[in-house]
Ligand binder design. Structure first.
Ligand code: NAD
Ligand code: IPM
Ligand code: MN
Length: 367
């Protein structure tokens, strides 16, 4: 079958890691008989340089008309980049926010689990890691502070900046439903994370989540304040199954969760709308500090492509083949620099992609 994938390499390490994900998808296509067609789409800094805006209407249309979107990362070295000191809607990240909103991708699924092989790369002590952890962060992606009114102006002679955090009950309900649905297929535990001791939006969040929970009597719901959750993640990560939270909290907590898996280069993600359509993107950014050096870890992007196979195309077997190939390569001791520990074999971005691609379909060849 033919699948049309809009591919957005973006900036920094984006093109490097996307190249490896495509390598892996091509191998999946070859082994399992699928035809993956790619349409290149500009977004972020590269689109600003080419078209003057971070996302053109045509680029958004191309993404909309595709079967799914695969994204690398956008943005420059924040603060020092040529794309920093410009109007908010002209920054690389504005392209990302526009495509998320434009495609209604309100549900961001970020799985964080520890491969046994990477326990050396995990900064936590063995007694804290215990039997490991396996959680999914369900992050609301099209509301909250990112999309509220914002401005900077002088008020009574003082420069004042305003960002507003708004959620309505429908936005909260639809992400909560997704979280409970996912929990039903896992260990049936939802931890809803908020700041209900201070914020109105969090109090509404809590009450709507409670209401949704009534439809899922088998799922155990608990609430946790976000500051406590940041601490619990490094104290006892094994306690979490599904973490449900709003946009900004989810952004911060998922970077924290990524590091305890060994590296942010390991954390995949899927950004979904109500249907099966999704944009698949690593949780990390464009890593300008290591761009062009062929040392970035492509695994987060490769695992995001696996999520695409499973969630958008219903290709469960193919997704599992990619995930097993990643596991196999880690078992064999291959590591990019970010997850390297003594005694392992250090490989480049491209070598890691090759190794993973090569192991897909190996079972068939061996048989
Ligand atoms: P970052 O995630 O790009 O990098 C943080 C640190 O992690 C850096 O030291 C980097 O080298 C390292 N790192 C990230 N990905 C890695 C990988 N695959 N392999 C090895 N190391 C990796 O975050 P940042 O430095 O805060 O942001 C850089 C730019 O990326 C900014 O412009 C930011 O806005 C943008 N950004 C984009 C996305 C996205 O497009 N989805 C996500 C996050 C940040
Ligand atoms: C992410 C990124 C983005 C976010 C930025 C680049 C707008 O950090 O995908 O986690 O905050 O959502
Ligand atoms: Mn982030």
């Amino acid at each position: 079958m033919k699948y049309n994938i809009a591919v957005i390499p973006g900036d920094g390490i984006g093109p490097e890691i996307i190249g490896e994900a495509r390598k892996v998808l091509d191998k999946v296509g070859m082994v399992y008989g699928h035809d993956f067609q790619y349409t290149n789409v500009l977004m972020g800094g590269i689109s600003i340089d080419t078209h003057g805006v971070p996302l053109t209407d045509e680029a958004l249309e191309t993404a909309k008309n595709s079967d799914s979107v695969l994204l690398g990362a956008v943005g420059g070295d924040v603060g020092n980049s040529k794309w920093y000191d410009v109007a908010p809607n002209l920054r690389p990240e504005a392209g990302l926010l526009a495509i998320r909103k434009g495609l209604n991708l309100f549900a961001n699924i970020r799985p964080a689990y520890l491969y046994k092989e990477l326990s050396d790369a995990c900064p936590l002590k063995q007694e804290i890691i215990g039997d490991g952890f396996d959680m999914v962060i369900m992050r609301e992606l099209t509301g909250g502070l990112y999309f509220g009114e914002r401005h900077t102006k002088e008020v009574d002679g003082v420069m004042t900046a305003v960002d507003t955090l708004t959620y309505n009950e429908n936005e909260i309900r639809r992400i909560a439903v997704k979280a409970f649905d996912i929990a039903m297929k896992r260990r049936k535990k939802v931890t809803s994370v908020d700041k209900a001791n201070v914020l109105d939006s969090s109090r509404l969040w809590r009450s709507v989540v409670e209401e949704v929970a009534k439809d899922y009597p088998q799922v155990m719901l608990s609430h946790m304040l976000v500051d406590n959750c940041a601490m619990q993640l490094v104290m006892n990560p094994g306690q979490f199954d599904v973490i449900l939270t709003e946009n900004m909290f989810g952004d911060i907590l998922s970077d924290e969760a990524s590091m305890i898996t060994g590296s942010i280069g390991m954390l995949s993600s899927a950004s979904m709308n109500e249907s099966k359509f999704g944009m698949y993107e690593p949780s990390h950014g464009s890593a300008p500090d290591i761009a062009g050096k062929n040392i970035a870890n492509p695994i987060a992007t490769i695992l995001s492509a696996a999520m695409m196979l499973r969630y958008s195309f219903d290709l469960d077997m193919e997704a599992s083949a990619v995930e097993s190939a990643v596991e196999q390569v880690l078992k064999e001791g291959y590591r990019t620099a970010d997850i390297y520990s003594e005694g392992c074999k250090k490989v480049t971005t491209a070598e890691m992609g090759d190794l993973i691609a090569k192991r897909i379909g190996k079972e068939q060849e061996d048989a």
